[in-house]
Ligand binder design. Structure first.
Ligand code: ZN
Length: 140
């Protein structure tokens, strides 16, 4: 990754962070916010909004630690579910290929879907024990 690329990415992250916080505070997304997120994330954001519209995001919360991870439905016909941390990890192929290896994307659409759903409060809630969460994470 070149240093100018990294600079552009961190600036985009700051803009995106501001928008996520605005959405979190109102649990609503307006046209300006949608436009900016689309500008920053392009096709990935379109995919993310489809996933959230179809209620494809679950938040798996562990008891008693309160740790959590998102499970996000894929858009392929196989209907895969990806375990995903909105900030820094997704178990999908695109995350490793486009985000980590090539540095071409800021994040994958599942991470965006998790972030959008979290900001809107628009996700299913699944409660598990800490042991169950550890087991899920060990399979990634
Ligand atoms: Zn992903």
């Amino acid at each position: 990754m070149s240093s100018s690329g990294a600079g552009r990415m961190s600036a985009s992250f700051l803009v995106a962070e501001t928008i996520w916080k605005e959405i979190e505070s109102t649990h609503k997304v307006n046209d300006d916010q949608l436009w900016t997120l689309h500008f920053l994330f392009g096709k990935n954001f379109e995919g993310a909004t489809r996933i959230v519209d179809q209620r494809g995001v679950s938040k798996i919360s562990a008891h008693p630690s309160g740790r959590f991870i998102f499970q996000v439905a894929g858009e392929s016909r196989r209907k895969e579910q990806y375990l995903c941390f909105a900030e820094n990890f997704c178990a999908c192929y695109s995350f490793f290929y486009d985000v980590v290896n090539r540095g071409e994307q800021l994040c994958c659409k599942h991470q965006l879907a998790a972030r959008l759903a979290a900001s809107l409060g628009s996700y299913a809630e699944v409660k598990v024990s800490d042991e169950e969460l550890a087991l899920l994470l060990s399979r990634i």
